[in-house]
Design a protein around this ligand. Structure first.
Ligand code: FAD
Length: 391
């Protein structure tokens, strides 16, 4: 009898409360029974499985760490565990959820007024309204902090937005789009809740992506788009407030990467135990075992790191550099793990049917979004050296 396949080698789940463990298993079951059977088909067609939204809503996990507005007020640790459970099966679905629950709801929770939170968060928590987060532009990616070219101009109680956003996840169908734009009068970044029916708002799907194909990324065009002052995020005064949202969601991306690596490792281990060459399972060969142990070492190191990361977050001690270090380390290690998983599967490693090929492609996108490796490294570099290397 072979030992169980378990990517949680140091039994970190064993430290969870019974309530947290139950939620972890509920999300795992949802991912394994509802998502896994359909995911390769949707990924291949680059379509979004809308039928999953009501089922996901039943899990009641949107805005998990927020207090009030129908949110559960649970720990960041629990939220991270959910990101890993999702990433373990599919990074696109994990990303869709991260945009809704973290980036979009988080912007309103962190930067919205009490009235705005009461209006928008409950329907978003129930997934009756879907959100997107529009920061990146066609010509401004890493330099978003000081370089946004989308403008906002106030005329009485109305703002006029002009510009373009690129890569915006969920935006082809989102009801609520958080748009970050530069106020031409005070030159500061402000946040706006732009509804899909707002005049002057349009979103066009980005075709032919090689990764996260289920996520519907869009180019948003804002052409004299009118937004009322009531839909300006009242507690956002500069990019510093936008950065608060990113600090929280970057920690979430690190957890999701752990899931992606763990899913690839578990698939590869299973495959190598079943695949026979030279009359023996390939898992019995020394060179294959070395790959498997390297993968497990990375997965275990990442898991241990994100557990401590969320502990800091739950204690209110998380800094930008903590989140950035985790994001860089985990996405870098994930790239290594998924490529070894692909390698030990030989030719089948590049077939969608065997899941790992999808992880390999998706790891590339996770590596670059929410701040590239270089940008997150520079955030850590600035913190440890005292010198900023940003231009
Ligand atoms: P660039 O900024 O052009 O960078 C190109 C290269 O130059 C990178 O390697 C970068 O690290 C490097 N570089 C840049 N500046 C420096 C420097 N000072 N020193 C050293 N190296 C540097 N954005 C949103 O707003 N909302 C979303 O929902 C969203 N979803 C996304 C989903 C996907 C699948 C992808 C791929 C992207 C998404 N993004 C989203 C955008 C994402 O955040 C950006 O792609 C990312 O910030 C990098 O910007 P860029 O692609 O323009 O690269």
């Amino acid at each position: 009898e072979l030992p169980p396949i378990n990517g949680d080698f140091y039994e970190l789940s064993g430290s969870l409360s019974a309530e947290d463990r139950a939620l972890q298993l509920k999300v795992r079951q949802f991912m394994e029974t509802e998502v896994k059977p359909i995911v390769n088909r949707y990924w291949n067609r680059a379509e979004f499985p809308f039928e999953l939204i009501p089922k996901m809503a039943e899990l009641n996990i949107c805005g998990l760490t927020f207090e009030g507005y129908g949110c559960a007020n649970r720990s960041f640790l629990m939220e991270g565990i959910i990101a890993t459970e999702m990433g373990r099966i599919d990074a696109s679905i994990a990303t869709f959820f991260g945009v809704q629950s973290g980036l979009a709801m988080g912007s309103i929770y962190i930067c919205g007024s009490e009235e705005q939170k009461q209006k928008w968060l409950p329907p978003m928590q129930q997934m009756k309204l879907i959100g997107s987060f529009g920061l990146t532009e066609p010509e401004v990616g890493s330099a978003a902090a000081g370089g946004l070219t989308t403008t906002a101009k106030r005329h009485g109680d109305t703002w006029i937005l002009n510009g373009q956003k690129k890569w915006i996840g969920n935006a082809t169908f989102a009801d609520v789009n958080i748009i970050w734009a530069r106020d031409v009068d005070d030159n500061q970044v402000k946040g706006f809740i732009v509804e899909k029916q707002n005049l002057g708002f349009s979103a066009k799907k980005i075709e032919d992506k090689m990764a996260l194909r289920i996520v519907q990324n869009a180019i948003i065009t804002l052409k004299d788009c009118e937004v009322s002052e009531a839909n300006r995020l009242q507690n956002c005064n500069s990019f510093k407030d936008t950065a608060k949202v990113l600090q929280m969601t970057r920690a979430g991306v690190a957890w999701m990467a752990v899931g992606c690596a763990r899913g690839a490792y578990e698939s590869a281990l299973k495959y190598t135990r079943e695949r026979v060459q030279f009359g023996k399972p390939i898992a019995s060969f020394q060179l294959i075992q070395n790959h498997l142990v390297e993968m497990l070492s990375n997965v275990t190191a990442m898991q241990t790191l994100v557990f401590q990361l969320s502990k800091l977050q739950d204690e209110g001690k998380l800094t930008d550099e903590h989140a950035s270090l985790a994001k860089v380390f985990c996405t870098m290690r994930t790239r290594d793990v998924v490529s070894r998983a692909r390698e030990v599967m030989g030719g089948n490693g590049i077939l969608l049917d065997y899941d790992v090929a999808r992880f390999v492609a998706d790891a590339e996108a996770i590596y670059s979004y929410e701040g590239t490796k270089e940008i997150n490294s520079l955030i850590v570099g600035r913190a440890i050296t005292g010198f900023s290397a940003f231009v």
